[in-house]
Structures are given as structure tokens and as C-alpha cells.
Design a protein around this ligand. Structure first.
Ligand SMILES: *Cc1c(COP(=O)(O)O)cnc(C)c1O
Length: 462
């Protein structure tokens, strides 16, 4: 074990040292990767050290430098050193975070994380919290709690009776709700398409006037899904206007704040998150802006009883603990699982309140720097108000060619170039490059180097 873990630590260090300079996400040959890693399942076990060295060698070409400072695709974060180290310990300890008796330390770590984040986000102290695999399962859990509470309010116990013959629920999303909301609805039997989608404004914010109109018409209990941080523009739904409207009709307001909620940690950006604290449920990702390694999401629910009833499982051998510590399984869909709390705990402690604010503020400043650097050039258009860490860029060719195709070509060239990695999206029917800055290690020089590479790719595509 000694040699194995020391060597593994060296291999990890070697990788991390190359992060600054390795091509970020160039295409690799799928067939070659499969051949290197694949073959048939060995009959006899191999030496562990050789297995790990072989894995490191075979996998390296297929690794994307998402942990590095110039990965700007999707909305991902990197991995803080303290978080990585805590994950190693969690794996070595092999704690089962299911219940208090299975791991008092894992239970208490989650309890501490709950208290600290309630404080950081300014949430109500009695909100319950679950540590999920990510934003998708956090949304699933939040909407399951909502389903419980809303159906209970009309006398229906959905956990025991299911949805067959249940009174109908009204589900309201925005046109720009994240796909994981629809995935959660589809898994919960609420129907991905059986929803009222509220139109959005030019930045992708839910139109509260439209929501108000819809809410005055619905009679049934309503579940409203709002969002803090649009994955394209970074924009926030107008929560201060949405909250009272949902309250008035006795509905449940869910806010998906996967990355946007971290703005609450900064005095410069927290006004964006105003009133989110009084939502009924909130989801946050730790593996995005907090830069905790995968997989790590959180769900907060105001009605703790509804949260627990929608998730709980029970069996005669689940001895309840005498010390009344937290049973983590009450707040997530899983039973046995990894002790996710340790890495979140370590990240929060390593950054502190000021450190989290600094990461958020630096990323937002860098997003504006990127937008400015690119916009100086003819043929570049920034499509969004850069209110947070997201930048949408469109490339318009000088000679009447198709801007959608041209933008696609620039994105393709940037991805092949390897200096940085950016993805594409469609915004108001236009093809756009989407740049997301959420990594703790990104600095000005990474932005400047990346902006140069993007502009070079644009000129070469001309
Ligand atoms: C990333 C994201 C999700 C999904 O989270 P996962 O952690 O990928 O499951 C949901 N909502 C928003 C707004 C996101 O940015």
C-alpha cells in the first residue's frame, strides 16, 4: 500500500505540473484510446502498482485539462488542492456516509458544511441540506420535496400512493430553465413537457409579468422553477418579483443556483442573489465555482419534513443512532455513498469567506476582461451583458459569409488549437461561442493568452 500510494501521489503531481501548459482539450483518437485502455478482462489479477502506472500512461492522452486555468467550456470549475487531498483521504478512509452510526465523522462534516453555507448564503437556519452528486440530483431532490409538500396540501400522500389518480400539479419553468430541471421532472413523473414555460427577456431572465399572469389563472398548487445564473448569459431571474407572486398563490419556489448562488459570497455580486434565501428550495453545485472535485452538489430545503419524507427509506435493521447525529441518507436519493462532505469542508476551510469571494470576483473580472479583449476587434460581437462569469461571443465575417458557420468554424479551430477550450451554443437562434470562467487558478495572463488564441483562430478562419 505504501509504495502504491506514494507512486500514485507522484503520478498525480506529474499531471498537475503539466496542467498549465498541456493542450487543454484537443481531439484524441477514440480507437487508439480504446485500444490502450481496453482489451479483454484479465483472468488473473495484476500487480496494483503496474495497474495504476498502466492506467496513468494509457489515459493521459484522453484527459481534458478541465482542472487547469484555461478550460472555459460548459460551466465547470477546477479542483482546489485542499479538496483533492480531502478526497484522497475520504477514499482511503472508505467511509460510508449513509448514516451517523456508519460514520459519525462523515455525518458531522455534512452538518458543519450545512451550518457554514447557511451562514454564507444567508439562508434560514432550519433549512435542511443534502449532499448530492451534482446539480441535477440536487434539482431532483428539491422537486421531489416540492411534489410531496404540494400534494400533501391537497390531501394526497404521494410517497405511499404514487401519482396515479393524484390531483394535478401545475409546474412552471422558464423557457431558459436548465435541462436538468426537465430531467428531474421526467424522473419524478411530473412530465418534461407537461409544464408552462414562461417567456424570457433578451438576457434569458424569466419575465415576471408573464409569470404573474399565469399564476393568477392557475388554481392548482403550483411549482415554480426559477434560476440564479443562466448557463449562457449568467443572468438571474428576477427573484424579488417572483417570490411574492409564488407566496400569494401558496406555491413552491425552487431556485436552481448551481453556479450563480456563489455570487452571494461576494459583497460586489450578492445583490444578484437578493431574496433567493426565502425560496422553498435551492440547489448549488460545489464542483463548479467552489472548485471541489467531482461529484458534489447540494440541495437546501426550507420544509425539512417534506425534504425528509420525500427521500427517506427505512428498514428494521437501520438502527437509529443514540446520539441523535445527522443521518445523511434522509436528505438524498441514495443510501450507501461516498463521504462527500469532507472535500466541501476542506474547500470551505481552505478558502474561507474572503477566499470564496475572491475567487468569484476574480472570475467575474476576468470574464469582463475577456469580453473587452475580444470586442476590440472588428467582427467580434459580445451577445450578453457580462453580469457574472459567462461571455457569449459571435464572430461576424467581413465578407457577407454566414456568421453562424463562421462562428462554428472559429470554435472548431479554438478547440483544435488547445490553448484554451470553449464550447458553442445557440442564443436567440444565433450560433455563439460560450466562455465560462469558474476556475480558482485562472489569472489575467490566462485570459490574455486565450483571447490571443481565439483572435488568431478567427483570423485564420477568415
Ligand atoms: C451545471 C448546472 C446544472 C446541472 O448540474 P450537474 O452538477 O452538472 O448535475 C443545473 N443547473 C445549472 C444552472 C447548471 O449550471
Amino acid at each position: 500500500m505504501d509504495d502504491l500510494l506514494r507512486r500514485t501521489s507522484d503520478l498525480a503531481m506529474e499531471f498537475l505540473k503539466t496542467l498549465q501548459d498541456r493542450p487543454v482539450g484537443r481531439p484524441v483518437g477514440h480507437a487508439r484510446l480504446l485500444a490502450d485502455l481496453g482489451g479483454s478482462l484479465p483472468v488473473h489479477g495484476e500487480d496494483s502498482l503496474r495497474v495504476i502506472e498502466g492506467l496513468a500512461q494509457a489515459a493521459t492522452r484522453g484527459l481534458v485539462a478541465t482542472a487547469g486555468p484555461r478550460y472555459f467550456g460548459f460551466v465547470v470549475g477546477g479542483a482546489l488542492p485542499a479538496g483533492v487531498a480531502a478526497e484522497w483521504l475520504a477514499a482511503a478512509w472508505d467511509q460510508n456516509a449513509f448514516s451517523y452510526v456508519l460514520s459519525p465523522a462523515a455525518a458531522v462534516a455534512e452538518e458543519v458544511v450545512r451550518t457554514w453555507l447557511i451562514d454564507l448564503f444567508g439562508l434560514s437556519p432550519e433549512m435542511s441540506m443534502g449532499c448530492t452528486t451534482g446539480g441535477t440530483m440536487a434539482n431532483f431532490t428539491a422537486l421531489a420535496a416540492a411534489r410531496h409538500a404540494l400534494l400533501q396540501s391537497v390531501g394526497w400522500d404521494v410517497e405511499t400512493r404514487g401519482l396515479f389518480d393524484a390531483p394535478p400539479l401545475t409546474v412552471i419553468t422558464s423557457e431558459e430553465s436548465h435541462v436538468s430541471i426537465f430531467a428531474a421532472l421526467q424522473m419524478l413523473g411530473l412530465g418534461r413537457e407537461r409544464v408552462i414555460r414562461i417567456p424570457v427577456d433578451e438576457q434569458g431572465r424569466m419575465r415576471s409579468d408573464e409569470l404573474l399572469t399565469v399564476l393568477t389563472e392557475v388554481r392548482k398548487p403550483a411549482l415554480v422553477c426559477a434560476q440564479a445564473g443562466n448557463v449562457n448569459t449568467g443572468a438571474f431571474d428576477p427573484i424579488p418579483e417572483i417570490v411574492p407572486a409564488v407566496r400569494r398563490c401558496g406555491g413552491w419556489l425552487h431556485v436552481d443556483g448551481a453556479f450563480g448562488m456563489w455570487a452571494a459570497a461576494s459583497s460586489l455580486y450578492q445583490s444578484l442573489t437578493e431574496h433567493i434565501a426565502i425560496a422553498d428550495s435551492i440547489t448549488v453545485d460545489c464542483h463548479k465555482w467552489l472548485n471541489v472535485p467531482y461529484d458534489s452538489g447540494l440541495v437546501f430545503v426550507r420544509d425539512a419534513a417534506a425534504h425528509q419524507k420525500s427521500m427517506t427509506l427505512s428498514a428494521s435493521y437501520y438502527a437509529t443512532n443514540a446520539e441523535a447525529g445527522r443521518d445523511n441518507h434522509n436528505w438524498v436519493p441514495e443510501a450507501s455513498r461516498r463521504a462527500r462532505g469532507f472535500a466541501i469542508y476542506a474547500a470551505l476551510r481552505a478558502l474561507g469567506r474572503a477566499g470564496i469571494a475572491e475567487v468569484v470576483e476574480r472570475c467575474c473580472t476576468l470574464a469582463r476582461r475577456m469580453a473587452r479583449r475580444l470586442a476590440e476587434h472588428e467582427g467580434v460581437r459580445i451577445l450578453n451583458e457580462v453580469v457574472l462569469n459567462q461571455v457569449l461571443v459571435r464572430f461576424v465575417p467581413t465578407h457577407g459569409e454566414d456568421a453562424d458557420a463562421f462562428t462554428g468554424e472559429v470554435i472548431r479551430r479554438v478547440q483544435n488549437d488547445g490553448t484554451c477550450w470553449v464550447g458553442g451554443t445557440f442564443w436567440h437562434g444565433m450560433h455563439a461561442m460560450r466562455i465560462s470562467i469558474a476556475n480558482w487558478s485562472t489569472e489575467e495572463r490566462d485570459i490574455d493568452r486565450s483571447a490571443e488564441a481565439i483572435l488568431k483562430c478567427m483570423h485564420m478562419a477568415t
